[in-house]
Write a protein that binds this ligand. Structure first.
Ligand code: NCD
Length: 341
């Protein structure tokens, strides 16, 4: 989603000037390779804090972070809260139910109210694609982090996916990543594609033709050139797609976002697109197996694989805390590190 904010940063980079300090994190399409690797380096350092018995550093003392989740979430909401608290920020969680959103208050008025309380950063999840962009344009003092907007983007999930892959595979340039499943409705897949391309990996999207994001593949929208994204291909046959892959990311079928007729029957879906042990064996030896969660075990991923060696699904969750610490720290201080006690 191209925005004035993203364009301003891109223009500054093209002129060789330092881009203005980042206030918002809306999607990875306006993050440069250097910015992503800087954040991942910082997240690796932050991860050390997670191993300590006292998981606390004073880096964000006095900062106020609000999380506003208007869609269900376990790992994203809790990990933002944990990340903020480990860096000593005050974190206040708001959900749609129980807030004045239930009385019909608009999203913008809710956010302006929160900004008036002098919060520093708003982490927002919304069922509406573009909602965090709208807020970022209309809030002058509070930064905005997109924790998932409709089917559009989920930049911190992509950062944690990149971190997980980089920690196991090293430099991602030239690596081949297969993303299989309901990519059409997956904000994770879109953000993963931008992040993986920025780091030089190639991506194969695999799934039923009705569940692939044709706008992303054909291009001409959402900041994607008309020829599509170089380095991103489509393969409907999972056995072929998975051959020699360095990493496989299985996606959840987004039941809550399906249009009638797009989803083949579950039995057919499972037969053709489930990551099974036999299929996983066709990937490179030691290939990574990932899933953003929540998983439908036995549908997009075989139950026997979900917790098998090689599956990094819980590792992704741990890295999610570290990456969010790195991002919160950078957005709130303008610097990269800060895990040291
Ligand atoms: C994802 C999301 O909300 O987009 N979950 C997550 O944040 N880990 C993926 C999903 O819901 O399938």
């Amino acid at each position: 989603m191209t925005t004035a904010l993203a364009e301003e940063r891109r223009d500054a980079r093209a002129d060789g000037a330092a881009p203005p300090r980042r206030r918002h994190a809306l999607d990875l399409d306006d993050f440069s390779r250097d910015e992503i690797t800087g954040l991942l380096d910082s997240a690796d350092a932050m991860r050390e804090l997670l191993r300590r018995s006292i998981k606390k550093a004073p880096s964000l003392r006095g900062k106020v972070i609000l999380t506003l989740f208007l869609e269900p979430s376990t790992r994203t909401r809790v990990s933002f809260e944990q990340a903020g608290k480990m860096l000593s920020a005050d974190v206040i969680n708001i959900s749609g139910s129980g807030s004045s959103a239930e009385k019909g208050e608009s999203l913008l008025n809710t956010a302006l109210t929160l900004q008036a309380m002098r919060a520093d950063l708003l982490v927002v999840r919304s069922p509406h694609s573009g909602a965090p962009y709208f807020l970022a344009r209309n809030l002058d003092r509070m930064g905005v982090v997109n924790a998932g907007d409709g089917r559009h983007a989920h930049p911190t999930q992509a950062l944690l996916d990149l971190m997980t892959m980089r920690r196991s595979l090293g430099d991602l340039a030239g690596k081949r990543v297969v993303i299989v499943g309901d990519a059409l409705h997956s904000r994770v897949a879109r953000s993963d594609v931008f992040g993986l391309r920025a780091l030089g990996a190639s991506v194969t999207l695999c799934g039923p033709p009705t569940l692939l994001p044709l706008d992303l593949l054909r291009g001409g929208g959402a900041g994607v050139p008309a020829a599509g994204i170089p380095g991103v291909s489509v393969e409907h046959d999972l056995d072929r797609a998975i051959a020699d892959a360095d990493a496989v990311i299985a996606l959840r079928i987004q039941q809550e976002r399906q249009e009638a007729g797009a989803l083949p029957g579950m039995r057919e879906y499972t037969r053709r697109w489930q990551v099974t042990e036999a299929r996983y064996r066709k990937a490179k030896p030691g290939a990574l197996l990932m899933h953003p969660g929540p998983m439908n075990e036995g549908i997009e991923i075989a139950s026997s694989l979900a917790h098998a060696p090689g599956a990094l699904i819980e590792e992704q969750v741990t890295n999610g805390v570290a990456v969010r610490m790195a991002l919160l720290y950078q957005l709130l201080t303008g610097e990269r590190e800060g895990g040291e006690a």
